[in-house]
Design a protein around this ligand. Sequence first.
Ligand SMILES: O=C(O)CCC(=O)N[C@@H](CCC(=O)O)C(=O)O
Ligand code: ZN
Length: 351
Amino acid sequence: MSSLDRVKAGEFLSATLDMDSVFVGGEWQLQSGVSFQLRSRGVLIIEPNVISRFTKSIIVSAGVHGDETGPIELLQQLSGEILKGLFEPAHRLLFIIAHPEATLAHTRFIAENMNRLFAHRNEPNNIDRKIANTLQQEVDHFYQGSDIADVQDGVSRWHLDLHSAIRDSAHYTFAVSPYSAYPTRSNALFAFLEQAEVEAVLLSRADSPTFSWYSASKYGAQALTMELGRVAKLGENDLERLSAFDCALRVLLQHEEQPYSWQGSKLIVYKVTRTITKLSDDFNFNFPASQANFTFFEQGCLLGQDQDKQYFSLEGGEAVVFPNPNVALGQRACLLVQQAAVTAEGQIKVV
Ligand SMILES: O=C(O)CCC(=O)N[C@@H](CCC(=O)O)C(=O)O
Ligand SMILES: [Zn+2]
């Protein structure tokens, strides 16, 4: 069976990972009117029968880091049901299995961290850069086709970029809301997080070179990097623990209008106080590399050093997220966060 026929039969993941088959794209439609366009390896557009002013354009991407496979499995399940006509979306969808080479190699990336390659188009001199460039073009193409719903109260474009965390975490699921000059923190987005039982959200306050930032900063998308559990091998993920997320995603995709609103209850909100960048090979932390995400440090603790620079936790204390002393020079070694309160539309409340 050709890789295109395998996608048509619902096997989006295995067809994407089959590097022995030459990629063949194509367009087709189900009897229900749901149509598909396989644009490049791992890039699938799905369009509903009817486009109305309520139609959102929603990107769901997984595998930007090749070894973060739980979300890839979720995306395979959902795309399989849509491709077989068992689940009918109400919105335009762009499903992406982002980095098949890294997934096959069971690694985060091949030459460099692809989730740091979305600040601009890259010189295409390695596989990660080539894929990042392709994904930028695919996002441009997809959102530029979303003009009908463009202006409907600013929430017509969404991008959920699904990841899983490398280390232990005080929050099993959490999300990073990238900085954008556009209003990308709608009540609808917070309601979705609540519905998905995501435990926490981090509000970034500066530009970052990530995939979700690309959609938020360039297209005003309601965009999130979502951390869904822990890294595990394909086939070994405990998807049961992600069932609330899976249900909320299905509701988001299936209903023209969100059937729930933000209650402002359980979701813990953090603001990013600082991004610590690795400046030299002498960079290190004063805690083990395996330190759990959201470990809290009281004010004045020495968190790490980089040559003659020392990093102390700020007034009110700070919690550390994604600590990684082994990143490339000039890249983020960790985020530091503090709990924050938000008003409607995700604005940080100043207290
Ligand atoms: O667990 C970790 O240390 C990394 C998990 C991960 O890949 N996180 C993303 C977050 C992106 C963002 O800040 O929006 C990343 O580091 O790329
Ligand atoms: Zn990741």
